[in-house]
Design a protein around this ligand. Structure first.
Ligand SMILES: Nc1ncnc2c1ncn2[C@@H]1O[C@H](COP(=O)(O)OP(=O)(O)OP(=O)(O)O)[C@@H](O)[C@H]1O
Ligand SMILES: [Mg+2]
Length: 504
């Protein structure tokens, strides 16, 4: 059963049981993406678990989000149970072995896994604007903030860097407007407020260093299994925008960082995008087009993206058309709207003369699905009504102690746990402010700079002061700062990719 070139999904049979055939997914088409759909409780998570562990067994690292905590069981061997062995028998999975997948837990909040971080600079203005739900005008100002930071050699690592950058911009808004077009104080203020909200929602944990190294989610074990990276997403899901933007960022990171490999024997990484509708809901058209582009192009980097959602209609058609491997669990069709959704789902499959696809979708049992994968030459197989194999790992969540044990032996244990705070825009702008202050005081003016450090402890320095000469000092300091920082910090122009993510 364990074939080298494919992973086993389950078994399908003729209506009269006259034959049974194994359904599998060819590893060489693993990068042609996929879709797992179905109503609640129909078996999506277990299917994801089965696919993730099977990819891992084939040496392919996997990244997936754990929305309800029940995917964490993948980190521990399953226990023999009647319903499991019966199912193993029914799909002729022999031997049926219990085994854990080599799991690495991640958590933006650093509680249920290793902290996972990105810098502001890496994420880029496009995704940040989406994350903060900025208007076009505000997004324009954010773009300028990034540009100035690049030009002036100010590192944007965490939220307070961006905050102080914006505070600084507010004090020089008329100078900047002259150079870059309208930088209104109102827009800057609005972005600052959105940043505060983002901070409260967990952004302060997420933005900073050490940032995730892509290589760390692409590890394999000594016995050749791919790491299964599980992102704790239960808490993250209370902020769907942070959740979906984060996954989108990670996907574009992979895209920007990995070299072209064409069509490899097996994927280099498989990325499961659970609750995928969140990615597409309310996303502006321009963003959707770029997402579609990344999904299309990431294939040749050897990355397979598998969307998981209730209904195929949740995914825009242009993306749907790129998803070669399909697992459709049961859908209900009580209302006309549901009926229509099932029709659409049914129409995406290559029909099987043995059964009516529409009817099959509404009558599938739990852990049963319509399966179609890419066959030789990349043609979708005729749809089969398939009983999905039982997983080798546990169905259901880990206990906290079990999770701790897994985390303690993880290959990245200790690497990300402590947040670092090196000198970046916040500190540099503070220094700059201090320096200008000293200079102006030397001139005997007694004037001080307004507070643009964004740090409440420094609040005492601000007040009403003549603006013109302040602006001058800031500009001077800025020039000095550029001279100082070139070579030592950024020292080169930053290049951004399709989704505005930093290229390295
Ligand atoms: N392949 C399978 N083998 C054995 N049991 C299964 C399989 N698939 C599903 N089940 C059983 O069905 C239950 C529900 O499946 P699962 O949690 O995957 O549903 P779901 O579609 O993810 O639901 P939700 O939308 O609520 O998250 C499982 O707890 C398990 O008992
Ligand atoms: Mg589920």
């Amino acid at each position: 059963m364990a074939q080298e070139d494919s992973i086993f999904i389950g078994a399908s049979r003729k209506p009269d049981d006259s034959y049974q055939r194994p359904e599998s997914l060819l590893l060489k088409y693993g990068n042609r993406h996929g879709l797992i759909t179905g109503a609640t409780g129909t078996g999506k998570t277990v299917t994801l678990q089965v696919l993730a562990q099977s990819f891992s067994d084939a040496g392919v690292p996997v990244f997936c989000a754990d929305i309800k905590g029940d995917l964490s069981g993948i980190a521990i061997a399953g226990e023999p149970k009647d319903f499991l062995s019966k199912r193993a028998e029914a799909v002729k999975l022999d031997p049926y072995e219990f085994r854990e997948a080599p799991t690495v837990f991640w958590d933006i909040f650093g509680e249920q896994g290793h902290p996972i971080r990105a810098t502001i600079s890496e994420m880029g203005p496009l995704l940040l604007a989406r994350l903060m739900n900025l208007t076009e005008a505000q997004e324009g100002v954010l773009n300028i903030a990034f540009r100035i930071a690049d030009e002036e050699g100010l590192l944007l690592l965490d939220l307070k860097d961006l905050q102080s950058m914006l505070a600084n911009m507010a004090t020089r808004s008329s100078e900047l407007s002259g150079r870059y077009g309208n930088v209104s104080k109102a827009s800057v203020g609005a972005i600052q407020r959105s940043l505060l909200v983002l901070e409260q929602q967990g952004g302060a944990n997420f933005f900073g260093e050490p940032a995730l190294r892509i290589a760390d989610i692409m590890r394999t074990t000594r016995d050749g299994r791919g790491a299964v990276n599980v992102l704790a997403a239960d808490k993250l899901m209370t902020n769907p925008r942070l959740y979906s933007t984060f996954l989108l960022w990670l996907m574009s990171e992979l895209f920007e960082e990995l070299p072209e490999v064409g069509d490899p024997e097996k994927p280099r990484l498989v990325f499961f995008f659970d609750e995928a509708h969140l990615l597409f809901n309310e996303a502006p058209k321009a963003l959707l087009e770029r997402v579609e582009q990344v999904v299309r192009l990431i294939r040749s980097k050897g990355v397979g993206v598998y969307f998981v959602t209730q209904n195929p209609l949740d995914v825009p058609e242009t993306v749907l058309a790129q998803l070669g491997n399909r697992v459709q669990h049961a859908l209900r069709a009580y209302t006309p709207r549901e009926t229509n959704a099932v029709k659409v789902a049914a129409d995406t499959f290559r029909p099987n003369p043995d059964f009516n696809t529409f009817q099959a979708i509404t009558s599938l049992g739990t852990g049963e699905a319509l399966v179609s994968t890419l066959e030789e030459k990349g043609v979708p197989s005729m749809v089969q009504r398939t009983l999905i194999r039982p997983p080798s790992s546990r169905i259901g969540p880990l206990a906290p102690e079990e999770r701790q044990k897994v985390m303690a032996v993880s290959p990245v244990a200790g690497q990300y746990d402590q947040m670092m705070d090196r000198e970046s825009a916040f500190e540099m702008l503070q220094k700059r402010a201090g320096q200008s202050q000293a200079e102006t005081q030397q001139e005997g003016s007694g004037w001080t700079l307004p507070d643009f450090g964004g740090d409440t402890q420094q609040g005492g320095r601000s007040g009403s002061r003549p603006r013109a000469s302040n602006r001058q000092s800031v500009a001077e300091a800025a020039i000095k700062s550029v001279v100082r920082s070139v070579g030592s910090t950024l020292g080169r122009e930053l290049v951004r990719g399709i989704l505005g993510v930093l290229r390295k």
